[in-house]
Design a protein around this ligand. Sequence first.
Ligand SMILES: [Zn+2]
Length: 277
Amino acid sequence: MQGLVRVLVAGEIVVTKYGDLIDDVLDVPLFCPRCGRTAGLTLVADGREAHLECAEGHVWTDPEVAACGVRQLLHLSTQGSPPRFPGATVRIDMLPRISEDRTLYPPSPDVPGHLLRWEGRVLTATGTPPLTDCLHWARRLCAWALPSDGEVYERLYPPAGGNALDAHMAVVLVALALYATAAAADLARIEQVVPDRAAEPLAGAELRWLRPAGAAGLGGRLRVTDVHRLATAAPETYERWRTAARLVLAANIDDRPAAALADQNGRLPAVADDVAW
Ligand SMILES: [Zn+2]
């Protein structure tokens, strides 16, 4: 049992279902298939699975009730007004943030020529330095995995035992893995990366020393703080960040056909640009 969450909902839980008879979508309350109750249901998330329980002890599953929805519901209900149940979609960014100086480390004089040429190619195609795009996609992958996977939830979400710095470094390492994958394949756009391939650079030690070149005035480099953390973290600390990043990728990859980031746009939650970096 990982990331176990139970939410008792006093009133009805309304979800949107497709009604084949009228060929339209309908808002309907969830109900127990055995006793018909619609109120006082408990939503349970456990690992990557979810189920419902009624007051009579009946247990069932519903395609509209996913682990991510239950954990988001708990998150939203601690923030005040009674929320609408998010269902099986990740709608909100629950990743914690750290506040720190955001100064970027200076451009490195010894970036390999092939990396500089590739960064130039991405910049020409997209107008954005590659690491900036990688960080944005990484944050979306992390924000999707956090409520969807019980282990990621426990490692990165503070109320469940995680911490904000680990969440931040997981984003950094997923971003560096996307960066290394895109550079190795000489892709012109980061959105062409198939996340399955990014698991490979994460398996080794190379990312710890990868320092993207960026572009003058446009950023695309790591923060001074991140470079320092990567260079000085104790082996067990770095291992914890790397494990979190691998779990984030695994949650996004497992049980899903391999597809480029661009094709996963609709599944991943939106995150504000300025929180990515
Ligand atoms: Zn029942």
